[in-house]
Structures are given as C-alpha cells and as structure tokens.
Design a protein around this ligand. Structure first.
Ligand SMILES: [Fe+2]
Length: 408
C-alpha cells in the first residue's frame, strides 16, 4: 500500500476547467488503484487553479502470475486455451506435411516416454510443440467501432506506431481473417465440435462458454416462441428477413462459403441466429477482450512488435540478443496503455442479461428475463467455485463480468 500526492493543474487557458466528473486511476508496473473522483463543488479545475490532496490508495491484485510464469511451456500452452485467443486451437489428428518440427528436434524436451506422434492425443496439460431483443446487446458498439477506426487503425494510430504488422500488414491480416470467418465458427457448440476440442482438458473457455450459450439459447427460444407462433410468421416478417439478408450481403459480401444464412426459414433457425448474435456481442467478445491487459502487461509474454525475427533454434539466444529483440520502451508504453484501456471496467457497465430499459413489458417475456438472470447467477456461482482451486482463476466468462454488448 502506498500514499501518493497528486497534483492536477489546468494551466491558464481561458475557459479551462470542466463541470464533468473527473477521476484518476494510478497505474503502476504491477498494479493499479481504484478510481478516485477529483471533485469540487461546482466547476473543477478553474483556469490556473489546482487540486492537491493526500489519499491512501489500496492497490488491487496484480499481474504477478504472468511475470513469474511467462517463460514456462505449460503457461504458454494454457494461453491457447484460456488466454485472449482461445478460438483458434484445433484437434490435429496427423502431423501436417509441412510441419517444420521433426521428432529429433523435440526429442530432448519431450523425454523418452512420449513422441510427437503420441502428443497428438490430448493429455493432462497442453504444452506447445511448435430488433428489440437485440438493442441492449448493441449498446455503444457503433461508437466503439468508430473509436477503433479513428484511434487504432488510422494513419499514425496505435497499430502503425506500436504493432509489428503495421497498418498495411494489419489490413492484409484482417482481410484474411474475414475471408475464412464462418457461421459455424461463431455458433459456439458447432465451433467446439468443428475444432475437435470437445474433450481437451482444462479448457475453461469451452466449459463456461457452453453453459452461457445454452442459457442464452433457452432465453431466446422463449422470447422467439412467444412472438412467432409458427415458421410462417418468421418467413412473413419482412424486416427480419431484410436484416438477415443485409448481414449476409453487406457484412459477409454474399460469401456463400461462410455458411451465413441470407434468410431465416424457421423458428429453430431464428433461435440459433439470435443466440449466436447475443453470444458473440457479449460472451465471445469478453473472452477475447478482457484478458488483454492481464496477459499483455508483462510485455515479454506477448510483445506487439519485435526488432529481430524470432530465433529458429532453441538455446541460441542470450540476454543481449533478447534485449535487442523486444520492442523499445516507447512502443511498449503505447501498447500497454491501449491494452489497459481495452481491459478497463466501464463506468456504466451492464452485465449480461440486465435489461434496465424495460423494452419488454408483457408478463411472459419478463418472466423469461428473470429465469435467464437466475441461470446466469447460477453459472457465475459455479465458475467462482471452480476458480477457487485454479492457480489462475478463469474469470473472463463469469456472467457478472461479461458486458451485455461489445462496448470497448
Ligand atoms: Fe473490443
């Protein structure tokens, strides 16, 4: 715990100062403080004025785990399951013909009891070898997309200044990602099946995600069946059909290979589509977004850029070559600042399943909302219970910590 003396000045500019509520968070190398309001009665920070005070700030739990374990293979493997990119891992039933790692290369690290071929079977731990319903789920999404374009993706923005792929490379990567994005990969149970990861152990992203998917699915099913008595009603809803058509044609450029539906033919199809929608805006985004600062604040764990190519052979690095390779301090600070903002809790956050705006006033939908909230609270309990026995608690899919919409 530390005591910090904070001094804030406005300078002498005409009209400097604000009536807005301003607060301050101190961010250190390991931890950060809670938000402290800097508040006076009336206008704050009058021109030339300053506020000064002493406060004791309690710093929250830090990122020590990453710093202590980032060099371990098990932690590296863990991040493919429960880090910020848990959607790529796939079951591999045979070694690809262009796999650049030979059995001889990995024999020393695997030991005598196993081989590359044996490692194709999952084992205990993953070790690396080489409309209305939807309105609350779109809150702030357009806004944050505009911010991402203007702050991250513009010329001179974060990607150009701090990320190895730069602006042009990022566009190539985005186009590549977009061209292979499929409907199945966004429908969680299909995605798990398709990647063959239904049995892999310690995959908390999958375990928690499946529970949340099913909670959303039963909620959506109740609402859809209440408002659409038959498949014919779904087909006859021209606004709904136009919406699905627009997503397919504008969002997915009419790419048939994506498997995205261009129309919704039946109640089950509509339920699946809306479940996918709500799941992706809330849970999927939370799982991919919220851990970025936790895992990236210790920069060597995933540097956003490097000054030399990664080493091709084990044991060829020295401290000097390593220091020559990791990014310079200024690029690191640009990235850490961005990751911190992206992982910040919003001041007015709304967690999954909260609907304070009361778009639904009829009795049955209100009961469906209450049941949905009850199920989410139960899932949250189960996750917190499970987390007690984990070295790093997996919290990104705890419903209490999932935002209703993609808002950052
Ligand atoms: Fe985001």
């Amino acid at each position: 715990m530390g005591t910090y003396k904070v001094r804030v000045t406005t300078g002498n500019f005409l009209l400097a100062g604000t009536f807005s509520s301003i607060s301050i968070t101190l961010v250190g190398t390991h931890e950060e403080s809670d938000k402290k309001p800097l508040d006076n009665c009336g206008k704050d920070f009058n021109p030339g004025a300053w506020i000064e005070g002493y406060r004791t700030l309690e710093l929250r739990e830090g990122k020590e785990y990453v710093r202590a374990h980032w060099r371990e293979d098990t932690f590296f493997g863990y991040q493919f399951l429960n880090g910020v990119h848990p959607v790529l891992i796939r079951k591999c039933t045979e070694l690809p013909c262009n796999f650049p790692v030979t059995p001889a290369m990995v024999a020393p690290s695997l030991g005598e009891s196993t081989s590359l071929q044996d490692e194709l079977e999952p084992s205990g731990e993953l070790v690396p070898i080489a409309i209305q319903l939807l309105l609350p789920h779109t809150r702030y999404t357009l806004h944050v997309n505009v911010l991402a374009r203007t702050l991250l993706l513009r010329r001179g923005g974060v990607f150009e200044r701090g990320v190895g792929s730069g602006l042009e490379g990022t566009k190539v990567l985005m186009a590549k990602g977009m061209s292979c994005l499929t409907y199945a990969s966004l429908c969680f149970p299909d995605d798990i099946q398709e990647r063959g990861v239904d049995c892999i152990p310690n995959y908390y992203y999958r375990d928690d995600g499946l529970k949340i998917w099913s909670a959303i699915e039963s909620f959506v099913s109740g609402i859809v069946r209440y408002y659409y008595p038959s498949d014919a009603h779904v087909l006859a809803d021209c606004e709904l059909q136009a919406w699905a058509d627009e997503i397919f044609n504008q969002g997915f450029l009419g790419n048939e290979a994506s498997g995205f539906p261009s129309s919704l033919q039946s109640i089950p199809e509509l339920i699946k589509y809306l479940t996918m929608w709500i799941y992706c805006c809330s849970a999927r985004h939370a799982a991919l977004n919220n851990g970025q600062y936790d895992l990236g604040a210790w920069m060597p764990n995933f540097p956003a850029t490097m000054r030399n190519p990664p080493p091709q052979a084990k044991g060829t690095t020295s401290l000097e070559s390593y220091l020559d390779t990791i990014p310079e301090v200024n690029s690191t600070s640009i990235i850490i600042h961005t990751l911190w903002i992206l992982s910040c809790e919003l001041g007015d956050s709304r967690s999954l399943g909260t609907y304070p705006d009361e778009h639904f006033t009829a009795e049955e939908p209100k009961q469906l909302i209450a049941a949905f909230q009850g199920r989410l609270a139960q899932i949250s309990q189960e996750i917190q219970e499970r987390n007690k026995s984990l070295p790093i608690p997996y919290r990104y899919l705890d419903p209490h910590q999932i935002e209703n919409s993609t808002s950052i």
